[in-house]
Design a protein around this ligand. Structure first.
Ligand code: 5AD
Ligand code: SF4
Length: 442
């Protein structure tokens, strides 16, 4: 039996792509190993969203090189966004690589491996498929999904935010047919999934183009909610411009649609938003979320923020801190701006000094810690429903999971016998960061 070692950098989309490659390779006789040294095939699924992600990839390959030199039969492949972005350059920089693939070649991974095995020549395989829609073959669906499972509903992005490589590395938006999605979700539920998280770079654009039976995103939510056995439903990520009033309505109508929304704001300042080509104002963003919060009072909102974008003044940064306070995010992913080759923002002068970026990053992170802790305090002494996803690594706790608002939770089972997939009421005793801890109640 052959063994494959898989490593993943970057977003949930990449995690999902790696899982699919694992399944496709399983059919070609590969079993996943956690030990690089035992592998006949090593695949690194890469990310190029920020420079740091690229650096991590190069340092990982630095450590893989001796393995390849010691064992010429080992196949070494680079897949994902860095592959699409840098293609041939990667083979020049790392001649010991056997192949480079982009995100759109995931389904061909077994073919790529066979090709290397048969002729031993290294190659680059990138670009985008010509299909209007996006389809995932049924045989590559997992037979042992987690209690909470991602389902890709759309790939690519047409938004072209000025700082972002995704439209170039993942190509144009393409949605999967609703029937294929319903079939996949029924399959996942049959094999034990309880929570479905609809996944895409911009899920709210779902169904806009190419579908034989087009439906808008909110209708997909209603459709999935009707599938027996789906106990929880979520989606990520959204763009404010495509987030509709009908989707707010869906939060009110659909009980199993969990009360959490990840809605990236990126900046709280209109000038910066304009330079980022986000195509909305901060007033529009605020109004949308105030409406959502007024209709779904216990919803938690999380976001993505970039600090130190070219031209971000001290006041503009203060605007970002202000919107964070106003919305009261339960958590944020906060990044320092990283210029990316080929993006329009790369043409702007990366004018903010590194130490200022760092200071702003620390300040925004400190504010988020305070907001998270303030919101978390409200849970203490109260019950919250947790879907158990696995074992907890926190001493004294047996299980971990998430509550409806997407807070992590560590659970003491007490007298209860619990397993992944169970939903339990937990009496919250303490909060640390974005994580609650407490005891399962009877
Ligand atoms: N620099 C810093 N952060 C970035 N992101 C995307 N591109 C960049 C960049 N060039 C962040 C955005 C996005 C998240 C996935 O990554 O906040 O929402
Ligand atoms: Fe990138 Fe903007 Fe698309 Fe998100 S919406 S993937 S930030 S281009």
């Amino acid at each position: 039996m052959k063994q494959v070692y898989l490593d993943t950098f970057g977003c949930q989309m990449n995690v999902a792509d790696t899982d699919r490659m694992e399944l496709l390779l399983f059919h070609s006789g590969y079993r996943r190993t956690q030990e690089k040294e035992d592998a006949d095939l090593i695949l690194v699924n890469t990310c190029s969203i920020r420079e740091k992600a690229e650096q991590k990839t190069f340092s990982l390959f630095g450590s893989l090189k001796p393995l390849k030199l010691a064992n010429p039969d080992l196949i070494l492949g680079l897949t994902g966004c860095l592959g699409q972005q840098d293609g041939k350059k990667l083979l020049q920089r790392m001649p010991y690589l056997d192949f480079v693939m982009g995100p759109d070649q995931v389904d061909g991974v077994a073919h790529a491996v066979d090709k290397v095995r048969s002729n031993g020549k290294s190659f680059v395989w990138t670009g985008f498929d010509q299909e209007k829609t996006y389809s995932i073959p049924e045989f590559s669906l997992p037979k042992a999904p987690g209690a909470s499972t991602f389902v890709n509903i759309i790939k690519g992005c047409d938004k072209f935010c000025s700082f972002c490589v995704v439209p170039y590395t993942r190509g144009r938006e393409k949605s999967r047919e609703p029937d294929e999605l319903y079939r996949e979700i029924r399959h996942l539920v049959e094999y034990g999934a309880k929570e479905i998280i609809l996944l895409g770079q911009n899920v709210n654009s779902y169904g806009k183009r190419g579908l034989k039976n087009p439906i808008p995103f909110h209708e997909l939510l209603y459709g999935v909610a009707q599938i027996p056995g789906v106990e929880r439903l979520r989606f990520t990520t959204s763009h404010p411009n495509d987030f509709t009033r009908e989707t707010i309505r869906a939060y009110q109508d659909i009980d199993i649609l969990m009360n959490h929304l990840h809605l990236p704001v990126q900046s709280g300042n209109n000038e910066v938003l304009k330079a980022m080509r986000r195509d909305h104002t901060i007033e529009e963003y605020r109004e949308l979320l105030f409406e959502l919060k007024s209709k779904v009072p216990d919803i938690c909102i999380s976001t993505d923020i970039i600090v130190g974008f070219p031209g971000e003044t001290g006041e503009a940064f203060e605007d970002t801190l202000r919107i964070m306070e106003e919305i009261g995010y339960s958590s944020s992913f906060i990044f320092s701006y990283s210029p990316r080759p080929g993006t329009p923002a790369n043409e702007l002068n990366d004018s903010i000094a590194e130490e200022i970026k760092k200071r702003r990053l620390q300040e925004a992170i400190a504010l988020q810690s305070r907001l998270t802790s303030e919101i978390g305090q409200h849970y203490i002494g109260n019950n919250t429903e947790v879907l158990i996803e696995g074992r907890s690594s926190k001493p004294g706790y047996t299980f971990k999971g998430r509550n409806p608002q997407y807070w992590g939770a560590n659970v003491q089972a007490g007298e209860k016998t619990l397993k992944a997939g169970d939903t339990v009421k937990v009496r919250v005793q303490s909060v640390s960061g974005h994580s609650l801890s407490g005891k399962a109640t009877l």
